[in-house]
Design a binder for this molecule. Structure first.
Ligand code: NAP
Length: 485
């Protein structure tokens, strides 16, 4: 195995040496071609993904659309080109006491990137997902370690990317796909001397292990692990008084979408003891009772859901508000539980992600306790505030807490469903991610796969086009402190 993996990484490095110089326009054609090739897989891809995950075909129509739009959005970004953040500080030869040199910097590709996808998004967070799209856009070669729970889907998508490589006449090893279901494989690839960075989406245990492998190397590398989250939601009084039915419906759908197997699943709902919170709880249970139970992704996830659930529901002070009847292999019951703020604070088991259609309502004694619990939860991908203008104006201090715990603060909506935009942040303080300064979704994801490179007093004809005097690419650049095109 070691020899084969060695060869893969040697090839990835060879490919990187030429691919890093491919123009933004040509990378756009490549990324668009990958999207076209994925769409050309047609029903075969949708059916295979559905068979391997137990999720419906309709879900994969949406996920495929998202995956292809994401690839094309990165294509547009690199064709426009200003993403390289070109900065030019021109020389002042007669500056006293010392002359000022000409300094120019831009972002350049890091090297071969290793990608681990998650089981719950076989298209959008896997083989041709955001990590692969952003790394290829940056000019890095990519090696994907296919997820063992959707191997055929991963192979199909890999074949689409490889077709695009050959259609575009790129180095044949710009993209490679490795399969196998041993942790050792991921460890060897992460620790290979040619691996320059890692993108991981998955569990806290897996993401942390891979981050540690990356730091134990002789030459440490950046490992961007995006992991699970409980996505705490604050339910404020006026909103519960006026909009309880609307939010109960929205949250029932959000808790159960994808059988609860979303990293943005709202797993913890915080409210202050009141008849309005009781009413909302009953409405949420009613809405959940109208949603059928579905099969989970695979046996491992189902077994873990059932066993964690049975432990948590028998914990001191935890009341089961709703527990759907679920019949059949791998079928997961949607569950709503409730606990007092005091009992929650005493029970760390309740503070972690329970991966599945589960949410727990924390009934707090007062606002201070609600804030105390919110602050004690670990770093989050998202946190949500449900409140009317009146609620929010009389609780302005909540925003100060929210900004320190999450990567995305949602107002009056559910946290599931991550928009791919220029402003998206999908990451957050640990353990949501291993580096809160970056995002894995949205166009800024490309920034994980580059490093800044400065050219001092370099002759103009030797400079990359992005930082040449004549600006042949027409980029937005910061010149002597001012943005210019
Ligand atoms: P996972 O079990 O951690 O697996 C992810 C990948 O890592 C697989 O390829 C797995 O393959 C590998 N792996 C796991 N542990 C490893 C280790 N110790 N050493 C080397 N490789 C290892 O995660 P999953 O079950 O696929 O995904 C579900 C989780 O992902 C949930 O917690 C969910 O919240 C999270 N998630 C997060 C995001 C996000 O953007 N933050 C998005 C979607 C899902 P092998 O088993 O073959 O080694």
């Amino acid at each position: 195995m070691i020899n084969e993996l060695n060869k893969v990484m040697e090839q990835a490095y060879e490919a990187f040496l030429s691919y890093q110089f491919v123009s933004g326009q040509d990378k756009k054609v490549f990324l668009y071609t990958i999207a076209d090739e994925i769409e050309d897989l047609g029903a075969d891809l949708l059916e295979t993904a559905s068979e391997e995950t137990n999720l419906p075909i309709a879900r994969f129509i949406g996920e495929r659309q998202r995956t292809c739009s994401q690839l094309r959005a990165f294509g547009d970004l690199v064709a426009e080109g200003s993403w390289v953040d070109a900065v030019i500080d021109t020389a002042i030869p007669d500056r006293k006491p010392l002359p000022k040199p000409d300094m120019r910097k831009m972002s350049v590709a890091l090297g071969p990137i290793l990608v681990f996808g998650a089981s719950n998004f076989p298209l959008a967070y896997s083989t041709a997902g955001g990590d692969t799209a952003s790394a290829l856009a940056a000019g890095c070669s990519v090696v994907v370690k296919g997820h063992p729970s959707h191997p055929r889907t991963s192979l199909l998508v890999a074949s689409a990317i490889q077709n695009a490589v050959s259609i575009c006449g790129l180095h044949p090893h710009v993209f490679q796909h490795v399969v196998g279901d041993s942790h050792e494989l991921g460890k060897i690839l992460t620790q290979h001397s040619h691996t320059a960075g890692v993108g991981f989406t998955g569990s806290l245990t897996g993401g942390r292990a891979i981050f540690d492998y990356g730091q134990q190397r002789e030459i440490p590398i950046p490992v961007f692990s995006e992991m699970g989250s409980t996505n705490p939601v604050l339910l404020l009084k006026d909103a519960l008084n006026h909009k309880a039915p609307e939010f109960a419906k929205a949250f029932a759908n959000s808790i159960t979408i994808g059988v609860g197997q979303f990293c943005t699943n709202p797993g913890i709902l915080l409210g202050i003891k009141s008849s309005a919170l009781n009413h909302f709880t009953s409405l949420l249970a009613l809405e959940l009772s109208m949603i059928p139970a579905f099969k989970m992704l695979h046996q491992g996830i189902h077994t873990s859901y059932v066993s964690i659930l049975s432990k948590v529901l028998s914990d001191k002070g935890v009341e089961t508000v709703f527990h759907a009847h679920a019949d059949g292999d791998l079928v997961a019951s949607p569950v709503l539980a409730r606990v007092s703020g005091d009992a929650f604070l005493k029970n760390p088991n309740l503070h972690h992600e329970i991966f599945g259609p589960f949410s727990i309502i924390i009934v707090c004694d007062n606002k201070n306790q609600m804030i105390d619990i919110w602050k004690k939860l670990q770093g989050q991908l998202t946190t949500t505030i449900i409140g009317t203008d009146r609620d929010i104006k009389s609780n302005i201090d909540l925003l100060d807490v929210a900004r320190n715990i999450a990567g995305r603060i949602v107002f009056n909506n559910v946290p599931t469903g991550v928009e791919v935009s220029n402003a998206t942040v999908h990451g957050g303080p640990y353990p949501a991610a291993t580096d809160a300064r970056f995002t894995s979704v949205g166009l800024d994801a490309i920034k994980r796969w580059v490093r800044p490179l400065c050219f001092q007093d370099c002759p103009d004809f030797l400079l990359p086009d992005a930082i040449k005097d004549s600006n042949p690419l027409g980029l937005w650049r910061k010149i002597n402190g001012e943005y210019k095109r």
